[in-house]
Design a binder for this molecule. Sequence first.
Ligand code: NAD
Ligand code: TYD
Length: 355
Amino acid sequence: MKTLLVTGGAGFIGGNFVLEAVARGDRVVNLDKLTYAGNLDTLAAVRGHANHVFVQGDIGDRALCARLLAEHAVDAVVNFAAESHVDRSIDGPAAFIETNVAGTLALLEAARDYWKALPLARQDGFRFLHVSTDEVYGSLGPVGRFTETTPYAPNSPYSASKAASDHLVRAFHHTWGLPVLTTNCSNNYGPYQFPEKLIPLTLQKALHGEPLPVYGDGRNVRDWLYVGDHCAAIRRVLEAGRVGETYNVGGDAERENLHVVRTICALLDARRPPADGRPRESLIRFVKDRPGHDRRYAIDAGKIRRELGWTPAVGFEEGIGRTVDWYLDHQPWVARVLDGSYRLERIGQGAEVGA
Ligand code: NAD
Ligand code: TYD
């Protein structure tokens, strides 16, 4: 059994990761600030579980991070905590610098000091895994894919802040020898995603007959990966990744946004025929483009496949169907996000509970 300090474990990907890690028998100390994106409802299945300790707090609080590492004798840190939405980073970049850059720095400093003080045998096994994005590589034209050696060229405040955090992680390895690993993953989708991102937003609006905003011409391409496959990749890198290396993670599932939106509409039409008989596709509205909107992302996941044997298990058609079904089956989860009641169960700052 390993003890993991998971940050951002009340968010979309971190939440999925925590649920799976606890189910597998790991011990998880879950540090999450509970921003608008953090949701304890997601963690209902591990509430009160002996192997899950939830701590409401900030990765930028170095003393708190240091205390949690030492008190729980942590074997590895998995850093999901971040401000994650590009549109929000355009409206207010400062929070992205605070958490993604300064926060990651504080967590790295705490981890380095903790790791240096460990007995040698435990130092060898310690890992700091930083969860990052393919958006650090910038935008692609119609051909080509991002590899681990593609130069960084972030275009949004979000991707710039993630790029900065990736560089800090790298620097802590080169300067102090901290055993780090970085994963750069493409767009995720699946259960528990906050309904501000394309797939859950479209799903929810389409279900309720509301207009579906498609930015620009809808021809931007994202490379979609089912969240469970991302979590499996992270687990694999944690187990067997080469220290100091970065691994690209992607689903080989490039789709134009318009295709994604139409697919969701068709799946919903089949599962919940619209009352007025009009296909939900008729709700699509082309709206003003996002400033600096990256045209295309595509991941070459050859390195993680070759070196660590990871491949995605869930293709896009299967994953999007599962996701539509999950949201239809979990409307109370969505309703509590949309009416704000998911935020009412906050616990005191820094409180530690077996929640
Ligand atoms: P999310 O926004 O759903 O969740 C982020 C979580 O971090 C929330 O629970 C939030 O409360 C918490 N958090 C924010 N600031 C914090 C702070 N200062 N201290 C502690 N906790 C804090 O994000 P997500 O989509 O689950 O993404 C998780 C990670 O994966 C991020 O680092 C993101 O950059 C990366 N990533 C996301 C995608 C994607 O498609 N969603 C793809 C590749 C990489
Ligand atoms: P998003 O889910 O915000 O992820 P990211 O910007 O990190 O890739 O957006 C995915 C794509 O969908 C992106 O090209 C922007 C587009 N998009 C829309 O067309 N309409 C929307 O309402 C949203 C939220 C996104």
